[in-house]
Design a protein around this ligand. Structure first.
Ligand code: AMP
Length: 194
């Protein structure tokens, strides 16, 4: 695995909606002490606080559409700059387009940093839909209705899947089976990181 000159471990946790990125991020943060950067969490917080950015993002998020690249790139840029002393970052739900991946590589490079690896959680689409419908009941997320779930999966296939190719071309892609118990999946991630 590639560690940059500042010895930071920068992981992109990748996968379709419902793959378990949030759950596995929490475990990685605890064990590795990395800074968690989830664009979905940041946008939801903005939405709940009713900020201008949150209000702008709300209707796109509720429809399962992507928020414009420049908005999420700006959010990540300021947080990287504010955490340069960290052991590393976990990027969760970002980058979601190739333009975001290019911007991320570039902003890290300006700090002599780079992505160490991309962990891609692989889960079959039928399983994803079941998980997302369950999550809708548990967490009351307005973007987990059956229609919006279909849309989010389509957006993933059209816009986000090419990001895996981007990091595969850099030799950084590690595919991990995302089906099973939480700890079992976490062990697979650790093996992929080692
Ligand atoms: P998530 O919790 O990661 O599934 O994100 C929830 C929603 O926030 C997505 O469906 C998008 O509307 C928006 N969002 C989160 N991350 C991004 C991103 N990197 N680019 C564009 N939109 C995003």
């Amino acid at each position: 695995m590639q560690i940059d000159s500042k010895q930071m471990l920068n992981i992109v946790l990748f996968g379709p909606p419902g793959a378990g990125k949030g759950t596995q991020s929490e475990k990685l943060i605890k064990t590795l002490g990395l800074v968690h950067l989830s664009t979905g969490d940041i946008l939801r917080a903005e939405k709940e606080a009713g900020t201008p950015l949150g209000l702008k993002a709300k209707s796109l998020m509720d429809q399962g559409l992507l928020v414009p690249d420049e908005v999420v790139i700006g959010m990540i840029e300021s947080r990287i700059a504010a955490n340069l002393g960290a052991k590393g970052f976990i990027f969760d739900g970002f980058p979601r387009t190739v333009a975001q991946a290019l911007a991320l590589d570039q902003m890290l490079a300006t700090h002599q940093l780079s992505i160490s690896c991309m962990i891609s959680l692989e889960v079959a689409f039928d399983e994803l839909k079941t998980r997302l419908i369950k999550r809708a009941q548990e967490q009351n997320r307005p973007d987990d209705t059956p229609e919006v779930i279909e849309k989010r999966i389509q957006v993933y296939l059209d816009n986000t899947l090419p990001v895996a190719k981007h990091y595969e071309n850099q030799g950084k892609l590690r595919a991990v089976n995302g089906i099973g118990e939480i700890d079992e999946i976490y062990n697979r991630i650790q093996t992929a990181l080692n």
